[in-house]
Design a protein around this ligand. Sequence first.
Ligand code: HEM
Ligand code: SF4
Length: 547
Amino acid sequence: MYVYDQFDHAFVQDRINEFSDQVKRRLAGEISEDQFKPLRLMNGVYLQLHAYMLRIAVPYGVLSSAKMRKLAYIARNYDRDFGHFTTRQNLQFNWIKLAEVPEILKHLAEVEMHCLQTSGNCIRNTTTDQFAGAAKDEHDDPRPWGEVIRQWSSNHPEFNFLPRKFKIAITGAEKDRAAIRLHDIGLHLTPQGFDVYVGGGMGRTPALAHCIRKGLPGDKLLSYLEACLRVYNRYGRRDNSYKARIKILVAALGPDEYTRQVEEEWETFDKAAIDVPAAEVARIKSYFPDPAYVDAPFDRVAFERAKTADAAFARWVKNNTHPHKRDDHVSVTISLKPVGLPPGDASSAQMDLMADVADEFGYGELRVSHEQNIILPHVAKRDLYALYAKLDTVNLSTANAGKITDMITCPGLDYCSLANARSIPLSQEISKRFEDANLTDKIGDLQIKISGCINACGHHHVGHIGILGVDKQGVEFYQILLGGRADEKAALGQITGKGLSAEAVPAAIERVVQLYLTLRTSDAERFIDTLERVGRNTFAEALHEPA
Ligand code: HEM
Ligand code: SF4
């Protein structure tokens, strides 16, 4: 994990001091909310439906146990005892008092965390694969490159006032677990270098990013990103915030013309002044060593015996572990989606326990996944049962990773001032309907994603089943999309028919799922495969059948 040097500490401290004074002036009434707004947004403070909200950066989703423990401390002492993990691998606190924000920032700085650039029209947290550095199918570790980008983009004078916020994602594996084609820039780290995708995103105008360069060498990464952003900063629309994203510019120019302009720009400037020297890349890489793996002789017989004796454990192992580059280890997904509770929330007690088990079984490392779960990237197989038993004590042992109840859900009308409809209660209703673990397992991998408005925080465009909250003359409705996916075969879902009422949605989804179970050729044919084989229309009809 990257460790701050003197520069980083001083930089964060200066920003805290500056913002503390601004908060004091706001509380004394010396500046208005309008004047304060741009200042607070530079520090991750939003004003939501009921209270101030604080968004904390978790760079490329990587947390240490000490950081997780600090988040628990903040939840307990400054919020209502819980935090909300987001799809952008950050954490949001929803019930923060403005007067306490400076203190919270000081606590965060103690564990090398901050809230800078978690909002505003700048380059936001770069996201990565949650299994980075651990996954069996990985070519190379994306985390050091996430850190290279973080250092380059933090307070970048040219890119602090972009037309809109800007999001970069990197994956270094065969399988895309970072949704790179749905970001402003997506980077695929391959053995030949970076494949660069530009112009993806969700929101009002969803788009898949285009590949504009293949095999870019790492030592040219920053200058190339700089060229991509310069063209956007210069020509991106600023007259209409909905049209200000790079996806609109790439679509307007066409990917070929955009690429030509980027390449032309790239030739004009002194790359050496921007690109990171090899020694610096090596220094940053040295902060991401493998943990000191214990040689963990694995007693397969005892493990199989434990699984036979405890079916719930067996299910959890099957659903919530992921192949590790070492055969005696796995990566573990800790589900934050227990049936009937708000997806992505963790209480302070749960956060503390996750920090403890990370220390005991996971070399002190944790990750936030873009599916709003927590990952222990390195766990020796022999420790799985002990880990499972501890997670179970605080309701963190739900065995549903990747399954129908593992939904991504935005805050919606419960918190968000932009929402048209509720998202969280709907996801709770759906998860209750699929509560039966055997049914969930039978259905297999199926992603439902819910957003409470067109901004698409809940990724509804790329859900196998996407749900979008809309408001029709003061009544909440939900449009259903089918066929989206966020992986290496990324596709946008299509809206089907008329919107449904909240009460009608769970039954409609059940009909679609039942239809899938009758149509699939075998258990191995996932929902999305069947849907792509038979076509969306068949499923759309089932959705809108009278109940
Ligand atoms: C309640 C606080 C929140 C507010 C006010 C908010 C606001 C917004 C807005 C205005 C957009 C649209 C940006 C655009 O024009 O593309 C957006 C997009 C997005 N938000 Fe949120 N959001 C909130 C919470 C969340 C949460 C909790 C998550 C994660 C679960 C999230 C993840 C995202 C993502 C992934 C996008 C995608 C847009 C893109 O394609 O870049 N947001 N949000
Ligand atoms: S999708 Fe809309 S309702 Fe949901 S959090 Fe984003 S802005 Fe709010």
